[in-house]
Design a protein around this ligand. Structure first.
Ligand code: UGA
Length: 452
């Protein structure tokens, strides 16, 4: 099928490249000419495993082209997928990029005779597609919905494994304005993806996306709340508590003495909080939208409050171990919001670094991928040194905070901390180190979820 995709950010580009790989003809559209140039020259503009190779193949085989010409893209495709950003501004998501883009598509549709489906893939609060988007398209095209198709097809891509998630989806959700829109949308997926296709209305599709991220975020905050309760009581390791919890047959499956853990269980782990461009923004947006629709979502508000506090617990633990942190050299391992990404948006590490700097520490932070983004975000902040590797960060440090669970940091041995640091003091925000091993070598160790 001929598909145009507006927005070549992380969602749009992954979608475009993967659909091209599945045999569709894809036109990617973006206003940024430098990105268009890069894509057409087979240079991947974002960090995402597997994407560069697949982009190269798709462009070489002429199944994917990029352009700034939206009119060309709409006129040469059957479906336009909108994947522009919906940033979070003053308490709610900002729909201005969607608005602009949908108006432009609408005016192109005024002169297009062939049936065309407009599909929203950007994460938008429930009712956006069937109210705002539909109205703008109808006004700009001078046609009623039905003459053109309208759909909402949320994405469930995790950064760092977005390509695998797209190619092997758990489910494909298609919210459709009418049967005709649904039929065309399902053509994109039905013969080339092995996953159930869920046909729902537009609002339900939008809500499935928010519910999915809200549940995962809630599981993390639940784990952190239990962890904080355990720490308050003392002599309980929250990790042991969760190891006991997940053996429940309703949570995991036992098969021939093996315990099979569903992926969801990975989110039931105490840590220094969730981040990224999705969970914080989506939960906040749903809270605001819910209040605007006359329901006060107390549980989701608590999910956010717990997540605000969680990074500060790292500093509290550090102060318990070394006292005043002023003028101390503190190493921070990991700045990205999770491993295998260069994304630092809403990362707990940023909050932790800022708080340490406010308290007068000298911070040596490192990350295998996120240094360039951190330089942009924290440019010129006094007291912060961004270093290439963990050895440089640990060298002569008074303490280290482990914030992101990169594999390379999991491999650091207790004796490395002793050898490299001035004082071997370790605060483990992701519980990747063995407390017993650390203490056997007299390392001062503290981890989220333990207090004894
Ligand atoms: C998340 C969802 O997982 C995707 O399904 C969704 O499509 C995406 O948001 C989105 O809305 O676009 P992502 O933010 O890339 O994807 O990251 P996750 O891997 O889910 O991580 C989110 C948070 O959960 C991070 O703070 C991470 O540290 C934490 N996490 C992640 C865990 O606690 N355990 C894990 O096993 C994985």
């Amino acid at each position: 099928m001929n598909i145009s995709i507006v927005g070549t950010g992380y969602v749009g580009l992954v979608t475009g490249v993967c659909l091209a790989q599945k045999g569709h003809e894809v036109i990617c559209v973006d206003k940024k000419s430098d990105i268009i140039k890069k894509i057409n020259n087979m240079i991947c503009p974002i960090y995402e495993p597997k994407l560069p190779e697949m982009l190269e193949e798709a462009v070489k085989e002429k199944r994917l082209i990029a352009t700034s010409d939206l009119e060309f893209a709409v006129n040469n495709s059957d479906v336009t997928i909108v994947a522009v950003g919906t940033p979070f501004n003053s308490g709610a998501i900002d729909l201005s990029y969607i608005e602009t883009c949908v108006k432009e598509i609408g005016s192109i549709l005024e002169d297009k005779e062939a049936y065309h489906v407009v599909c929203i893939k950007s994460t938008v609060v429930p009712s956006t597609t069937d109210s705002m988007v539909r109205k703008l398209l109808e006004e700009a095209s001078q046609k009623k919905a039905g003459c053109f198709g309208l759909a909402m097809n949320p994405e469930f891509l995790r950064e760092g494994c977005a390509v695998d998630d797209f190619m092997n989806p758990d489910r494909i959700v298609i919210g459709a304005y009418d049967d005709k829109s649904y039929e065309l949308m399902s053509e994109i997926y039905k013969d080339c993806f092995d996953a159930p296709i869920l046909k729902v209305n537009l609002r339900t599709a939008e809500m499935i996306k928010y519910t999915s991220n809200s549940l995962l975020a809630a599981m993390i905050s639940f784990a952190n709340e239990v962890s904080n309760i355990c720490e308050g009581i003392g002599s309980i390791d929250a990790i042991d508590v969760f190891n006991g919890l997940i053996l429940d047959k309703r949570i995991s499956i036992r098969s021939k003495s093996k315990v099979l853990l569903p992926g969801l269980v990975q989110y039931l782990k105490p840590g220094c909080g969730f981040g990224g461009s999705c969970f914080p923004k989506d939960v906040k947006a749903l809270v605001t939208h819910s209040i605007q629709n006359n329901y006060n979502p107390e549980m989701l508000e608590a999910v956010l409050r717990i997540n605000e506090i969680q990074p500060t617990i790292m500093i509290k633990k550090l102060e318990e171990l070394i006292g005043n942190v002023k003028d101390k050299k503190i190493a921070v391992l990991g700045i990205a919001f999770k491993a295998d990404t260069d994304d630092i948006r809403e990362s707990p590490a940023i909050k932790i670094i800022k708080e340490l700097l406010e308290k007068g520490s000298v911070v040596y932070a490192t990350d295998p991928q996120a240094i360039a983004n951190t330089k942009k975000e924290l440019k010129g902040i006094e007291g912060l040194k961004l270093v290439k590797n963990y050895r440089e960060a640990l060298c002569d440090a008074d303490a280290v905070l482990l914030v992101t669970a990169w594999d390379i940091y999991k491999k650091i041995k207790p004796k490395d901390f002793i050898k490299l640091m001035k004082r071997a003091v370790v605060v483990d925000g992701r519980r990747i180190y063995d407390k017993k091993e650390m203490e056997e070598l007299d390392i001062a160790y503290s981890g989220i979820g333990i207090n004894n």
